[in-house]
Design a protein around this ligand. Structure first.
Ligand code: LM5
Length: 449
C-alpha cells in the first residue's frame, strides 16, 4: 500500500440516499450545446472529421472567428420546457448539461469572465430555466464543466516554469469561483460532471483537486462527482496509486461499455454515448455509422445488466432545435421504455450466467429478474440457468401478457422458456421472471420419511 495524502478517501460504493437514487436511474440524457453548435462541424463550406465541439482546434477556423461566434448566439427556438418534455417521454431520469465546454464559453451569466451568455444577443441565463423545467419534469440535473478552458490566458497544458505555476494558480482560483457560482445559482442540481482534466497541469495538481472536491461537497452535501475530477499525489487519475477509485462513480466509460462485470471493479459507473460514431456538439453531417434505436436500447440493456447507467448524448442546433434523427431516437426509446422500463429502473447486475439471447437485470431488493431479449434462437426456446438452488417459478412477457410463453424446467433448476411458434416482435422484448430459492436439496425429505 502506497502512502497517499490525496488518494481515494473511501473504499467501496457510496451508500447514502443520493447515491442510491443515482444507481436507480438506468437511462440518462447528455446535452452538448454552445458556440460550436452554430458551426455544426462546418466552416467555409468544408466539413471536419473530428468532433464538432473541437472544431476550434482543427486549426481551420481562425481563433478570432471562433471566439467571436458567441456574438451570434441567439437561440430563438430554445424551449427548455419542450426539451424536458422530450426527455420525459424518452424515459430519462437524469440530464447532464454543458455549462462550459473546452472553449470556455459560459452558458450562465458568470461574473468571472465576459465570455458568457450575457454577452450574446440572447443575453438570458440558459441554465436556470433548463434546471427548472427538467426538475419540474422529475428529471435530476447534473452540470458538465470542462476544467480545460482554451479561452483563459492562465490555462496551461503543463507546468514547466515558475510563471506556469503562478498563472495556473490564478486559473485554479478562477475554476473554483466558477464552480461556486454554479452550485450557488442552481441549488437543485445533484452533481458535477467534470471533463478536460487529462493534461499534466491538472495531473500535477492532485492536492488542489482533493481540496476542491472537499470544498464543493461542503458547499453542497450529497453532491455527486465522478472520477474525472481528481488526481492523486503521483498524478494518477480515476484510480489512485493503490487502485482505489477517486470519485463517487467510474467516469471513464466514454463511448465504450464494459464487456464483463469484472471490468467494473465493483464501482458505480455510467457510460456516456454519442448517437453518431463520435461528436457531441451539433454536427450538420453525421459521418460514419449512427446507432439505430435498437442499438441504443441494446447498449442500455448492456449497461444496466452490468450495474451501470447509459447516458445518450443530444447535440441541439445553434437555434435550440433538435435534429430529426435525435427526435426519432428519443421517441423510439421512449416507446420501448413505456412497456419495458421495469427491467431498467431500480435494476442492477443479476449475476446469472449470461446467455446468447441477451441480458439479465435484477430488480434491486427483490427476487425479480428480467430477460432483455435481442436474439431469439432458431429453436424459439430461451435457456435460463439461475445459480444452483434457485428456480424460476413464473415467466411473463412484459407488455403482451396474452402471448402465452411456456416455462419448462430442466436440470439443476434451469428452465427453457418456449416462445409461441413464429413469435417475433421485431424489436427487443422483456420477460419478467419470478424466482425462489429451492427449499433444500431434497435430502431432508428422505431423512424425514
Ligand atoms: C464527453 C466528451 N468529452 C470530450 C472529449 O474531448 N473527449 C475526448 C477524450 C476522452 C477521454 C480522454 C481524453 C479525451 C468531448 O468533447 C465530450 O465533451
Amino acid at each position: 500500500k502506497i502512502e497517499l495524502q490525496h488518494g481515494a478517501h473511501r473504499t467501496g460504493k457510496r451508500t447514502d440516499a443520493d447515491m442510491q437514487t443515482w444507481r436507480t436511474y438506468g437511462l440518462g440524457q447528455f446535452i452538448h450545446w454552445g458556440a460550436y453548435s452554430l458551426l455544426g462541424g462546418k466552416y467555409n463550406g468544408e466539413y471536419y472529421n473530428g468532433a464538432a465541439e473541437w472544431i476550434r482546434v482543427w486549426n481551420k477556423v481562425p481563433n478570432a472567428v471562433y471566439d467571436n461566434l458567441y456574438k451570434q448566439f441567439n437561440p430563438q427556438q430554445y424551449n427548455p420546457t419542450q426539451w424536458a418534455a422530450m426527455a420525459k417521454q424518452m424515459g430519462v431520469k437524469y440530464l447532464t448539461f454543458t455549462t462550459k465546454h473546452h472553449d470556455g464559453f459560459c452558458l450562465w451569466p458568470s461574473k468571472t469572465t465576459s465570455y458568457t451568455i450575457a454577452g450574446t444577443p440572447y443575453k438570458k441565463d440558459i441554465i436556470k430555466p433548463l434546471v427548472e423545467a427538467y426538475t419540474k419534469a422529475g428529471i435530476d440535473v447534473y452540470l458538465y464543466f470542462s476544467v480545460m478552458d482554451w479561452s483563459h490566458p492562465d490555462w496551461r497544458y503543463d507546468l514547466k516554469t515558475r510563471e506556469d505555476t503562478i498563472a495556473f494558480d490564478r486559473f485554479k482560483k478562477f475554476t473554483k469561483d466558477q464552480l461556486t457560482e454554479l452550485l450557488t445559482l442552481y441549488p437543485e442540481t445533484k452533481g458535477l460532471w467534470f471533463d478536460g482534466t487529462w493534461d499534466n497541469s491538472w495531473k500535477k495538481s492532485g492536492a488542489f483537486t482533493d481540496s476542491l472536491e472537499q470544498y464543493l461537497k461542503a458547499l453542497r452535501p450529497g453532491l455527486i462527482i465522478g472520477s474525472r475530477l481528481r488526481a492523486d499525489d503521483l498524478g494518477n487519475r480515476h484510480n489512485d496509486a493503490n487502485g482505489l477509485l477517486m470519485g463517487d462513480y467510474e467516469q471513464g466509460w466514454e463511448r465504450k461499455i464494459p464487456k464483463t462485470y469484472a471490468d467494473v471493479h465493483g464501482n458505480d459507473w455510467d457510460c456516456v454515448m454519442t448517437i453518431p460514431e463520435n461528436g457531441w456538439g451539433y454536427q450538420e453531417k453525421w459521418l460514419g455509422h449512427w446507432k439505430t434505436s435498437n442499438e441504443l436500447i441494446e447498449m442500455l440493456a448492456q449497461c444496466v445488466s452490468l450495474g451501470g447507467n447509459l447516458v445518450v448524448n443530444f447535440g441541439p442546433k445553434g437555434d435550440g432545435s433538435f435534429r430529426p434523427e435525435e427526435m426519432t431516437a428519443a421517441k423510439d426509446i421512449g416507446a420501448w421504455m413505456k412497456i419495458n422500463s421495469n427491467a431498467i429502473y431500480n435494476c442492477e447486475y443479476a449475476g446469472w450466467e449470461k446467455q446468447d439471447w441477451g441480458y439479465y437485470t435484477k430488480r434491486t431488493g427483490e427476487n425479480k429478474y428480467y430477460m432483455i431479449v435481442f436474439n431469439v434462437p432458431v429453436s424459439g426456446s430461451l435457456k435460463v440457468q439461475p445459480p444452483r438452488n434457485w428456480t424460476v417459478t413464473k415467466a411473463t412477457l412484459l407488455g403482451d401478457a396474452t402471448k402465452n410463453i411456456s416455462l419448462e424446467k430442466i436440470d439443476y433448476g434451469g428452465s427453457f422458456i418456449h416462445l409461441p411458434k413464429g413469435f417475433s416482435t421485431g424489436k427487443p422484448f422483456v420477460i419478467e421472471l419470478e424466482t425462489q430459492k429451492a427449499t433444500g436439496t431434497g435430502n431432508e425429505q428422505k431423512a424425514k420419511t
